[in-house]
Design a protein around this ligand. Structure first.
Ligand code: AMP
Length: 363
């Protein structure tokens, strides 16, 4: 039996690149579809350079690969449905459709997976905001197209409503109650269509809505950590998950509330490359191939720092001064402001003493 597969990855950014590296370690071949021929994955795989909605390019990828996967959720699900053969996309397009639209996502999470989400309602125009109770705070989010806080409006007063009304009239939205959380956390879970394996709970610190630092294990009680992992497993089982999924959640004093899911490896799981015995990319590849999945162990408490365009020099200096920190650079040609250029992972029992690049004395 030939166990070497050709894996087609849609998207050649850092997530696709790190998936490809895991696949290559395991002896597989990778072909990437990305609009840019010099994308990060071009360093480790052949690239078909074409737009993501180019059905001919998708068909070429499907024809040449045993298995297909994607590194981001805004893939054209209809285009994929038109070209994939039975079972060729183990993650399926249903999961894509759920995570592309917050209305479908909330419905799936609260009604199908039956996990706790912030109280919400669907908003189709500003009329739906007329009778909201302003003794509470809210976040209005566009149903599609939002990322890293774009397409969102926090509502804490009547003045905020004006902007919120404009957003509500421009696109379908979800109105969520604002959660007074203690911590933002996430859990990575991987499935192979039958079984799942779950990673430790990650604590996430954002700056300007962009992930800046991940601390593992999250500083929450064992009871809440077990609950967060159980929620991630429940969601994965409800989806018959293949590959890696990240569940982003809020931890309050005594509860876990699910915010959203990402149907792929996630920035908050990058620490797993060094800090766990298998990374989220390894289990993604094993999962989409339907292979048995290992139990995941954290070697030691770890911290991951993101390296944005404005942090590259500081990160390079940091690892010269701290040679046991692992610097990953994704090979992006241009270091734009706020662009994710790389990350650093280090083992530490004192996460507060690990200073984010954006908060250090350098900036
Ligand atoms: P999202 O795009 O849903 O991940 O939201 C971006 C960020 O906004 C989250 O990481 C939170 O910091 C914040 N946020 C989103 N939804 C809520 C909520 N319902 N309550 C409080 N903060 C929120």
């Amino acid at each position: 039996m030939n166990s070497t597969k050709t894996i087609g990855i849609i998207g050649g950014g850092q997530l696709g690149q790190m998936m490809a590296i895991s696949a290559i370690y395991m002896g597989h071949k990778v072909i990437t579809l990305d609009p840019a021929s010099d994308c990060p994955s071009s360093r480790v795989s052949e690239v078909i350079a074409a737009p993501y909605d180019d059905v001919d390019a998708l068909r070429q990828l499907a024809d040449r690969c045993d298995v297909l996967t994607y590194e981001f959720e805004n893939v054209d699900a209809d285009g994929l449905d038109a070209v994939i053969k039975d079972g060729q996309l183990p993650q399926g397009t249903e999961l894509l459709r759920i995570s592309q639209n917050r209305i479908f996502e909330k419905d799936f999470l609260s009604n199908k997976a039956q996990v706790t989400v912030a109280p919400y309602k669907v908003v189709t125009s500003s009329l739906d905001l007329e009778d909201i109770d302003l003794s509470k705070n809210y976040v209005l989010k566009t149903a599609t197209g939002g990322y890293d806080g774009h397409g969102q409006k926090v509502i804490t007063s009547a003045e905020d409503l004006e902007e919120a009304n404009a957003l509500a009239n421009s696109a379908e939205c979800v109105l969520e109650e604002f959660v007074n959380f203690d911590l933002e956390i996430s859990v990575i879970v991987s499935g192979n269509g039958k079984d799942v394996t779950v990673f430790p709970v990650q604590e996430n610190i954002h700056r300007n809505n962009i992930l800046s630092k991940t601390i593992v294990p999250a500083r929450i009680s064992d009871r809440l950590a077990d609950r967060a992992k159980a929620i991630a497993v429940k969601i994965a089982e409800q989806l018959n998950l293949s590959g890696t999924l990240c569940v982003e959640m809020f931890a309050t004093a005594d509860d876990i509330i699910v915010n959203e899911i990402a149907p792929r490896p996630h920035n908050s799981g990058h620490y797993s490359i060094e800090a766990c015995d298998f990374s989220q990319f390894d289990t993604h590849i094993l999962g989409v191939l339907g292979a048995p999945l290992p139990a995941i162990n954290l070697h030691e408490p770890a911290v991951m720092l993101n390296v944005l365009g404005q942090h590259v020099e500081a990160a390079e200096r940091y690892v010269t001064e701290n040679p046991s920190a692992h610097l990953h650079m994704y090979g992006k040609l241009e270091a734009k402001h706020n662009r994710k250029m790389g990350h650093v992972t280090l083992f530490s029992n004192e996460p507060d003493n690990v200073v984010e690049f954006g908060k250090g004395i350098d900036f």
